[in-house]
Design a protein around this ligand. Structure first.
Ligand code: AMP
Ligand code: ZN
Length: 474
């Protein structure tokens, strides 16, 4: 297969040609959600961009098998084995059992994914389905001398590896060792960077889900889940492993440590990490209960696909700041785009040469480390071109297989999110919001209030929030 695809690999810190182990086939793994709460739109940024990666590879002609876990046990509040199990926290918060919480939030996650046109991976596996697989890996690690039992728990011994901090440069490694100094100390650990493979009742007695094991009744650590589930479905060699940047350390570092110690050879060749979506206060977090979800965007009148387009406009390796102002601009652009596509007529034969050319341009953008904003530009180039409508429509439908914006699904979908507002009114509202912002900046509050009233007179209510101004038709 012709090798055109280039991806940034966190392992080598370079954009490099993508060469799968088996010609034409890609084995891909995604760290799935911890189902103790709704996903925030930051989490969903990662899943949107991973979805685009999968679909880009398919567009390029690869046969992709993608696996995702559902973390329904073992993910503690601190990623370094400290604090309470997140699932237990969710169950206590809602007075339900852990399995009830897991079911509810797994369903909620897939419902959000559906609204965002995120394809469900070929295999979705909850961690609680694979306990015997995890136990087997832990047994082998103990046999091989990479693990030890202390205080009832089984730990991975990081001192047995030549290079534990695989993702970091030398100077960062020194810093990381320092970071470990601040972490709450677990006296059972031989080395600060060791991590838990299996917890037993000797720790966290309150744990709801527990299983028999050679080391006593207990439950798996979070990291072992992804190693076990990926190997179960993808075998000993994987091509791409994905997650958000926060997964690089310790989660993916630990996954590599235990998987390669278990297998005795290299495990995964490419590591794809999506940078974070932040709100204006900095990090997006679920802990304060008040966080941005797809349902919240819908309540405010946005079509979830506007958020998908918002994500596609930025490169996945750059941090992205969320604001309603930018989302409004994207909503207006989305509305316009869908209307332009809806106006295309199926007027005869498609032009094979043009199709080939634009397919090539689109693939070139994606193959350049998933450059989604360039890929979107190709859609606009197609619309501007003088080829017939039938060719434009055929191309846009093909490209939308990757972009997932439902561009050709008709004008009723062109709302862009702001129910009932036409293009002209949207433009007026956005201009007024901008004008009010300027007035406030200049401390002309009388003018700012007058603008608010003017908008209200046109049936538009505005509200200032941490993420900027939100408007709705009243
Ligand atoms: P969790 O449900 O906490 O296990 O996280 C699910 C996924 O979302 C993981 O791949 C995280 O790396 C990713 N993630 C967490 N926070 C953000 C964020 N603010 N922006 C983008 N991705 C995130
Ligand atoms: Zn994982």
């Amino acid at each position: 297969m012709e090798n055109k695809f280039q991806l940034f690999n966190t392992l080598t810190r370079k954009v490099e040609p993508f060469v799968p182990n088996e010609d034409g086939k890609v084995k891909m793994y995604t760290c799935g959600p911890t189902v103790y709460h709704f996903a925030h739109i930051g989490n969903l940024r990662s899943y949107i961009m991973e979805d685009v990666l999968e679909k880009s590879l398919r567009f390029a002609g690869y046969d992709v098998k993608r696996v995702m876990n559902i973390t329904d046990v073992g993910h503690l509040s601190g990623d370094t084995d400290t604090g309470e199990d997140k699932m237990l926290k969710g169950a206590k918060r809602e007075n339900k059992s852990v399995m009830e919480i897991a079911k509810f939030y797994t369903d909620a996650f897939f419902s959000d994914c559906k609204k965002l046109n995120i394809k469900t991976p070929d295999v979705v596996e909850p961690a609680t389905n694979c306990i015997s697989d995890f136990i087997h890996i832990v047994e082998v690690l103990l046999e091989k001398g990479y693990a030890y039992v202390a205080g009832g728990n089984v730990y991975f011994d990081t001192s047995k590896l030549e290079d534990y901090y695989v993702f970091s440069s030398q100077s960062e490694k020194e810093l990381l060792v320092g970071v470990r100094d601040d972490v709450e100390q677990d006296e059972n650990k031989k080395n600060k960077s060791d991590f838990v493979l299996w917890f037993t009742k000797s720790k966290f007695d309150a744990q709801e889900l527990k299983w028999e094991s050679p080391w006593g009744i207990g439950y798996p650590g979070w990291h072992i889940e992804c190693s076990g589930i990926s190997m179960k479905h993808l075998g000993e060699n994987m091509d791409i492993h994905c997650g958000g940047v926060d997964n690089i350390f310790p989660h993916h570092t630990n996954e590599i440590a235990q998987s390669e110690a278990y297998l005795g050879h290299k495990w995964c060749n490419y590591w794809f990490h999506v940078h974070h979506l932040n709100d204006r206060s900095g990090k997006m977090s679920k802990s304060n209960g008040d966080f941005l979800t797809v349902s919240l965007l819908e309540e405010k009148g946005y079509n979830p696909l506007v958020y998908r387009m918002f994500c596609l406009q930025s490169h996945y390796r750059k941090p992205l700041e969320f604001s309603y102002e930018v989302l409004d601009q994207v909503a207006a652009a989305y509305q316009k785009l869908v209307r332009r596509v809806a106006a295309l007529k199926t007027d005869g034969e498609t032009d094979a040469e043009k199709k080939e050319m634009y397919r090539g341009k689109f693939l070139e953008a994606l193959a350049n480390d998933i450059n989604t904003s360039s890929a979107l530009t190709v859609v606009y180039d197609v619309l501007k071109d003088d080829m017939n409508d039938a060719t434009k429509l055929a191309l846009i439908q093909e490209m939308d297989e990757v972009l997932g914006l439902s561009l050709a699904e008709g004008e009723e979908n062109s709302d862009g999110g702001k129910n009932g507002a036409d293009e002209e009114l949207t433009a007026f509202i956005l201009a007024k919001i901008e004008e009010r912002k300027e007035a406030k900046k200049a401390k002309d509050f009388a003018k700012a209030d007058a603008i608010r009233d003017e908008l209200l007179a046109r049936g538009v209510a505005i509200k200032d929030t941490r993420e900027g101004v939100v408007w709705e038709l009243v």
